[in-house]
Design a binder for this molecule. Sequence first.
Ligand code: KG4
Ligand code: ZN
Length: 334
Amino acid sequence: MKDTYILGIESSCDETSCSIVKNGREEIATVISSQIDIHKNYGGVVPEIASREHVKNITIVIEECLKRANMKIDLVDAIAITYGPGLIGSLLIGLEAAKTLSFIYNKPLVPVHHIAGHIYANSLEKEMKFPLLALVVSGGHTELVLMKDHYKFEKLGGTLDDAIGEAYDKVARVIGLEYPGGPKIDELAKEGSPTYQLPIPLNDDSYNFSFSGLKSAVINLNHKLTQRGEKINKADLATSFQTVAISSIINKTKKAIINYNIKNLIVAGGVAANNGLRNEINNLGKELNIDITIPKMKYCTDNATMIAAAGYYAYKMGRVADLSLNSKSSDKLH
Ligand code: KG4
Ligand code: ZN
């Protein structure tokens, strides 16, 4: 059978990325230009700056990717693009580049939902087997999604307020860690003990999550201790927060696995890079005797490899768009 090569482009937040993936499973080349060093001066992503950086980087990143793949664009079968959700100005830069390539080289344009991209990062590890449960944990999403087949997404539950990554970043900022705080808390948590008492979020029968109460509890505790002039043990606070946040995710995931008789669990999104979560998910897999897939670290945070992988399955299903395709800052996973 003829091989299918998808060129993916991702620019939804602060990474400009291009990748070429063969048959949805094999990475040929990927280039990621990260803007973290610029945004960390402001404690978070500044949308206007992000857009300008994408404009500067997009053509360089695409050219470099083709060079590393040692491929001419004529050999690519389709162009996959993150159309949303994300920062609208950032999304538009990638979309215009993708449309231009699609038009000039006469290649089908395949729209990819950013979270579908995170989910399909798992197909770079092994073939996705259905039905499966996807635990989506990123900067903007925390969801449990049941998939009975490719692109059949059934949301079982999600966060009622903050996403898990958002809570990580806010807690990190309060305790004086640099943006993005998630990986910094993860590192600190390795050194501490869960000595601070924090409330367990939304300990109910639903598949929903809530992290804003936990986040506020950490902020209030930090404030109270500072006012009293007491020294805060940052490592212990990081461990206390991480322990409660992860146990909430694990409890709900476990419930869904049992109730839906799940045999395959995949993890998706930037927070899938969290060492504490990776350990607990692997333990859960052993406890329940189910198959676990977690993307490699480099495929957890934003990258175009996952977009090209997701784009392959979308392309095979005929999910192509014309040049009227527009970016969307928010959109339901479909
Ligand atoms: O998926 P992603 O790259 O962007 C979105 O689509 O949102 O996720 C970014 C989020 C940020 O909140 C970042 O702090 C978090 O993922 N993150 C982590 C870790 N690495 C990235 N959170 C906890 N532990 C980590 N190791
Ligand atoms: Zn993402």
